[in-house]
Design a binder for this molecule. Structure first.
Ligand SMILES: O=C(O)CCC(=O)C(=O)O
Length: 288
Protein backbone atom coordinates (compact mmCIF):
# COMPACT_ATOMS: atom_id res chain seq x y z
CA UNK A 1 0.00 0.00 0.00
CA UNK A 2 1.18 3.51 -0.81
CA UNK A 3 1.65 5.29 2.51
CA UNK A 4 3.32 8.41 1.11
CA UNK A 5 1.41 11.68 1.09
CA UNK A 6 1.30 13.33 -2.30
CA UNK A 7 3.11 16.71 -2.21
CA UNK A 8 0.53 17.88 -4.78
CA UNK A 9 -2.78 16.10 -4.22
CA UNK A 10 -5.15 16.17 -7.19
CA UNK A 11 -8.86 16.81 -6.96
CA UNK A 12 -10.91 13.78 -8.01
CA UNK A 13 -12.43 15.89 -10.79
CA UNK A 14 -8.99 16.39 -12.43
CA UNK A 15 -8.39 12.65 -12.44
CA UNK A 16 -11.86 12.01 -13.88
CA UNK A 17 -11.23 14.52 -16.70
CA UNK A 18 -7.88 12.90 -17.48
CA UNK A 19 -9.50 9.46 -17.61
CA UNK A 20 -12.29 10.78 -19.87
CA UNK A 21 -10.29 12.99 -22.27
CA UNK A 22 -6.76 11.52 -22.13
CA UNK A 23 -5.34 14.93 -21.28
CA UNK A 24 -5.74 17.55 -18.58
CA UNK A 25 -4.17 20.90 -17.69
CA UNK A 26 -3.14 21.49 -14.08
CA UNK A 27 -2.55 25.17 -13.31
CA UNK A 28 -0.07 26.76 -10.87
CA UNK A 29 1.98 23.62 -10.29
CA UNK A 30 5.39 25.32 -10.34
CA UNK A 31 6.08 28.72 -8.77
CA UNK A 32 7.51 31.57 -10.86
CA UNK A 33 10.77 31.28 -8.93
CA UNK A 34 11.06 27.50 -9.38
CA UNK A 35 10.15 27.69 -13.07
CA UNK A 36 12.81 30.35 -13.66
CA UNK A 37 15.41 28.16 -12.03
CA UNK A 38 14.42 25.05 -14.02
CA UNK A 39 14.20 27.00 -17.29
CA UNK A 40 17.71 28.37 -16.71
CA UNK A 41 19.04 24.86 -16.08
CA UNK A 42 17.38 23.42 -19.20
CA UNK A 43 18.44 26.41 -21.34
CA UNK A 44 22.05 25.91 -20.23
CA UNK A 45 22.03 22.18 -21.02
CA UNK A 46 20.36 22.67 -24.42
CA UNK A 47 22.89 25.41 -25.26
CA UNK A 48 25.77 23.15 -24.21
CA UNK A 49 24.56 20.20 -26.25
CA UNK A 50 23.79 22.23 -29.39
CA UNK A 51 26.73 24.68 -29.29
CA UNK A 52 28.29 23.27 -32.47
CA UNK A 53 25.06 23.47 -34.51
CA UNK A 54 24.97 26.83 -36.32
CA UNK A 55 22.27 25.93 -38.88
CA UNK A 56 19.21 28.08 -39.59
CA UNK A 57 15.84 26.35 -39.11
CA UNK A 58 15.34 26.29 -42.88
CA UNK A 59 18.56 24.24 -43.31
CA UNK A 60 17.40 21.50 -40.94
CA UNK A 61 15.56 18.24 -41.66
CA UNK A 62 11.76 18.26 -41.52
CA UNK A 63 11.87 16.57 -38.11
CA UNK A 64 14.44 19.01 -36.76
CA UNK A 65 12.29 21.90 -37.95
CA UNK A 66 9.63 20.81 -35.44
CA UNK A 67 11.97 21.25 -32.49
CA UNK A 68 15.46 21.02 -31.09
CA UNK A 69 15.27 17.76 -29.13
CA UNK A 70 17.65 17.01 -26.27
CA UNK A 71 16.85 13.90 -24.26
CA UNK A 72 17.67 12.58 -20.81
CA UNK A 73 18.98 15.91 -19.60
CA UNK A 74 18.79 14.71 -16.00
CA UNK A 75 21.68 12.37 -16.76
CA UNK A 76 24.05 15.20 -17.65
CA UNK A 77 22.74 18.10 -15.55
CA UNK A 78 22.22 17.88 -11.80
CA UNK A 79 20.18 21.09 -11.98
CA UNK A 80 17.73 19.60 -14.48
CA UNK A 81 17.52 16.44 -12.35
CA UNK A 82 15.57 18.38 -9.74
CA UNK A 83 12.79 18.90 -12.31
CA UNK A 84 12.89 15.47 -13.97
CA UNK A 85 12.81 13.76 -10.57
CA UNK A 86 10.42 16.26 -8.91
CA UNK A 87 8.44 14.25 -6.34
CA UNK A 88 5.37 16.49 -6.67
CA UNK A 89 5.15 15.86 -10.42
CA UNK A 90 5.86 12.14 -10.08
CA UNK A 91 3.11 11.86 -7.45
CA UNK A 92 0.69 13.65 -9.80
CA UNK A 93 1.60 11.19 -12.56
CA UNK A 94 0.88 8.25 -10.22
CA UNK A 95 -2.49 9.74 -9.23
CA UNK A 96 -3.51 10.38 -12.84
CA UNK A 97 -2.50 6.88 -13.94
CA UNK A 98 -4.08 5.31 -10.83
CA UNK A 99 -0.92 3.32 -10.01
CA UNK A 100 1.10 3.00 -6.80
CA UNK A 101 4.48 3.54 -8.40
CA UNK A 102 6.01 5.23 -11.46
CA UNK A 103 9.46 5.25 -13.04
CA UNK A 104 11.06 7.85 -15.20
CA UNK A 105 10.75 6.74 -18.82
CA UNK A 106 12.45 9.80 -20.30
CA UNK A 107 12.83 13.54 -20.06
CA UNK A 108 13.49 15.91 -22.92
CA UNK A 109 13.69 19.54 -23.96
CA UNK A 110 11.58 20.31 -27.03
CA UNK A 111 12.60 23.80 -28.10
CA UNK A 112 10.59 24.91 -31.13
CA UNK A 113 12.55 27.66 -32.79
CA UNK A 114 11.01 30.80 -34.27
CA UNK A 115 9.79 29.70 -37.70
CA UNK A 116 9.69 26.06 -36.57
CA UNK A 117 7.07 23.89 -38.24
CA UNK A 118 4.16 22.09 -36.59
CA UNK A 119 4.70 18.82 -34.74
CA UNK A 120 2.94 16.09 -36.74
CA UNK A 121 -0.04 14.46 -34.98
CA UNK A 122 0.90 11.15 -33.34
CA UNK A 123 0.59 8.85 -30.31
CA UNK A 124 3.70 8.45 -28.16
CA UNK A 125 3.41 4.92 -26.88
CA UNK A 126 3.35 3.22 -30.30
CA UNK A 127 7.02 4.28 -30.63
CA UNK A 128 8.08 1.99 -27.80
CA UNK A 129 8.05 -1.82 -27.26
CA UNK A 130 6.13 -1.66 -23.99
CA UNK A 131 2.59 -2.53 -25.13
CA UNK A 132 -0.10 -0.64 -23.30
CA UNK A 133 1.75 -0.07 -20.02
CA UNK A 134 0.28 2.89 -18.10
CA UNK A 135 2.30 5.88 -19.38
CA UNK A 136 1.83 9.62 -19.05
CA UNK A 137 3.67 12.76 -20.18
CA UNK A 138 4.00 16.03 -18.33
CA UNK A 139 4.35 18.87 -20.87
CA UNK A 140 5.93 21.78 -19.01
CA UNK A 141 6.24 25.12 -20.85
CA UNK A 142 8.62 27.77 -19.54
CA UNK A 143 6.70 30.60 -21.27
CA UNK A 144 3.07 31.39 -22.14
CA UNK A 145 2.02 29.29 -25.12
CA UNK A 146 -0.85 29.70 -27.60
CA UNK A 147 -1.61 28.35 -31.05
CA UNK A 148 0.66 31.11 -32.44
CA UNK A 149 3.84 29.83 -30.81
CA UNK A 150 3.61 26.05 -30.62
CA UNK A 151 0.67 25.05 -28.41
CA UNK A 152 -0.41 21.44 -28.28
CA UNK A 153 -3.79 20.10 -29.37
CA UNK A 154 -5.22 16.79 -28.17
CA UNK A 155 -7.99 14.62 -29.61
CA UNK A 156 -10.37 14.16 -26.65
CA UNK A 157 -10.92 10.52 -25.75
CA UNK A 158 -8.45 9.27 -28.38
CA UNK A 159 -6.47 7.31 -25.77
CA UNK A 160 -9.44 4.94 -25.54
CA UNK A 161 -8.79 3.87 -29.15
CA UNK A 162 -5.56 2.17 -27.96
CA UNK A 163 -2.62 1.80 -30.31
CA UNK A 164 -3.26 3.06 -33.85
CA UNK A 165 -0.85 2.90 -36.76
CA UNK A 166 2.55 4.36 -35.83
CA UNK A 167 3.24 7.82 -37.24
CA UNK A 168 6.74 8.45 -38.59
CA UNK A 169 7.12 11.93 -37.10
CA UNK A 170 10.71 12.02 -38.34
CA UNK A 171 9.28 12.25 -41.89
CA UNK A 172 11.91 9.78 -43.15
CA UNK A 173 8.85 8.06 -44.63
CA UNK A 174 5.42 9.54 -45.36
CA UNK A 175 3.73 9.87 -41.94
CA UNK A 176 0.39 8.16 -41.39
CA UNK A 177 -2.49 10.65 -41.23
CA UNK A 178 -3.61 9.59 -37.79
CA UNK A 179 -6.24 12.36 -37.51
CA UNK A 180 -8.15 10.62 -40.30
CA UNK A 181 -8.10 7.24 -38.52
CA UNK A 182 -11.69 5.92 -38.44
CA UNK A 183 -11.24 4.92 -34.78
CA UNK A 184 -11.12 8.64 -33.87
CA UNK A 185 -14.61 9.14 -35.26
CA UNK A 186 -13.76 12.48 -36.91
CA UNK A 187 -13.07 14.17 -33.55
CA UNK A 188 -11.01 17.35 -33.91
CA UNK A 189 -7.99 18.10 -31.72
CA UNK A 190 -8.58 20.68 -28.97
CA UNK A 191 -5.98 23.45 -28.69
CA UNK A 192 -4.77 24.20 -25.18
CA UNK A 193 -3.28 27.58 -24.20
CA UNK A 194 -0.88 27.36 -21.28
CA UNK A 195 0.44 29.89 -18.79
CA UNK A 196 3.84 29.42 -17.19
CA UNK A 197 3.63 27.29 -14.06
CA UNK A 198 0.96 25.02 -15.53
CA UNK A 199 1.57 21.46 -16.70
CA UNK A 200 -0.44 19.67 -19.37
CA UNK A 201 -0.65 15.91 -18.99
CA UNK A 202 -1.41 13.41 -21.73
CA UNK A 203 -1.81 9.65 -21.84
CA UNK A 204 0.59 7.51 -23.90
CA UNK A 205 -2.16 6.82 -26.46
CA UNK A 206 -3.68 10.30 -26.71
CA UNK A 207 -3.36 11.64 -30.26
CA UNK A 208 -1.70 15.06 -30.13
CA UNK A 209 0.07 17.60 -32.29
CA UNK A 210 1.65 21.04 -31.85
CA UNK A 211 1.28 24.19 -33.94
CA UNK A 212 4.07 25.99 -35.77
CA UNK A 213 5.96 28.74 -33.96
CA UNK A 214 5.07 32.02 -35.69
CA UNK A 215 6.52 34.12 -32.86
CA UNK A 216 10.00 35.66 -32.84
CA UNK A 217 11.01 33.62 -29.78
CA UNK A 218 11.88 29.97 -29.19
CA UNK A 219 9.04 28.00 -27.60
CA UNK A 220 10.70 26.41 -24.60
CA UNK A 221 9.07 23.20 -23.37
CA UNK A 222 10.37 20.41 -21.16
CA UNK A 223 8.62 17.06 -20.91
CA UNK A 224 8.87 14.25 -18.41
CA UNK A 225 7.38 10.85 -19.27
CA UNK A 226 6.44 8.45 -16.46
CA UNK A 227 5.63 4.75 -16.76
CA UNK A 228 4.12 2.26 -14.31
CA UNK A 229 7.06 0.75 -12.44
CA UNK A 230 6.13 -2.87 -13.19
CA UNK A 231 5.96 -2.42 -16.99
CA UNK A 232 7.68 -5.01 -19.20
CA UNK A 233 9.42 -5.07 -22.55
CA UNK A 234 7.12 -6.75 -25.06
CA UNK A 235 8.93 -6.44 -28.42
CA UNK A 236 12.50 -6.74 -29.64
CA UNK A 237 12.73 -3.58 -31.73
CA UNK A 238 15.47 -1.11 -30.68
CA UNK A 239 14.68 1.18 -27.77
CA UNK A 240 17.48 3.12 -26.12
CA UNK A 241 16.51 2.97 -22.42
CA UNK A 242 15.76 -0.77 -22.59
CA UNK A 243 18.74 -1.71 -24.75
CA UNK A 244 21.10 0.22 -22.51
CA UNK A 245 20.01 -1.91 -19.52
CA UNK A 246 19.98 -5.16 -21.57
CA UNK A 247 16.28 -5.62 -20.85
CA UNK A 248 14.94 -8.56 -22.89
CA UNK A 249 11.38 -9.29 -24.03
CA UNK A 250 9.42 -10.41 -20.97
CA UNK A 251 11.73 -8.63 -18.52
CA UNK A 252 10.44 -5.95 -16.19
CA UNK A 253 11.89 -2.47 -16.50
CA UNK A 254 14.89 -1.88 -14.22
CA UNK A 255 18.12 0.02 -13.97
CA UNK A 256 19.52 3.40 -13.09
CA UNK A 257 18.32 4.95 -16.37
CA UNK A 258 14.69 4.42 -15.35
CA UNK A 259 14.63 5.20 -11.62
CA UNK A 260 11.48 4.84 -9.55
CA UNK A 261 10.29 8.39 -8.85
CA UNK A 262 7.12 7.57 -6.95
CA UNK A 263 7.13 6.69 -4.12
CA UNK A 264 10.12 9.01 -3.80
CA UNK A 265 13.46 8.14 -2.21
CA UNK A 266 15.15 10.44 0.27
CA UNK A 267 17.97 11.16 -2.21
CA UNK A 268 17.57 12.01 -5.89
CA UNK A 269 18.69 9.08 -8.10
CA UNK A 270 22.19 8.75 -9.52
CA UNK A 271 22.21 8.72 -13.33
CA UNK A 272 23.65 5.79 -15.30
CA UNK A 273 27.31 5.80 -16.30
CA UNK A 274 26.67 5.56 -20.04
CA UNK A 275 24.69 8.36 -21.69
CA UNK A 276 23.12 8.46 -25.14
CA UNK A 277 23.38 10.85 -28.06
CA UNK A 278 23.26 14.49 -26.98
CA UNK A 279 20.58 15.57 -29.46
CA UNK A 280 17.81 13.91 -31.45
CA UNK A 281 15.67 10.89 -30.66
CA UNK A 282 18.44 8.75 -29.08
CA UNK A 283 17.96 5.38 -30.68
CA UNK A 284 21.47 3.99 -30.55
CA UNK A 285 23.38 2.57 -27.63
CA UNK A 286 27.10 3.01 -28.13
CA UNK A 287 28.87 -0.12 -26.87
CA UNK A 288 32.59 0.26 -26.28
O1 LIG B 1 5.96 19.92 -27.99
C1 LIG B 1 5.84 19.40 -29.09
O2 LIG B 1 6.01 20.04 -30.14
C2 LIG B 1 5.46 17.96 -29.18
C3 LIG B 1 5.40 17.31 -27.86
C4 LIG B 1 5.04 15.87 -27.90
O3 LIG B 1 4.76 15.29 -28.92
C5 LIG B 1 5.00 15.16 -26.63
O4 LIG B 1 5.29 15.74 -25.58
O5 LIG B 1 4.66 13.96 -26.64
Amino acid sequence: MNTHHYPIALHADVITRFQRDGFVKTKDVLSTQALKQYAGAVDAEVARRTAADKREVSDKSTYEQSFIQCMRLWETSADVKALSCHAGLAGMAAQLLGVDSVRLWQDQALYKESGGRETTAHQDETFWPIGAAPLISAWIPFDAITIHNGAMAYVPGSHKAGPLKTVDITHRSEPYDILADPKLGGQSPQWVDVDPGAVVWHDGFTVHQASANESPNTRRVFTVVYIASNAERLKTWPCFPLDRENIAVGDRLRGSGMPILWPPSTELPEPPASVGETVGPQQNVQRS
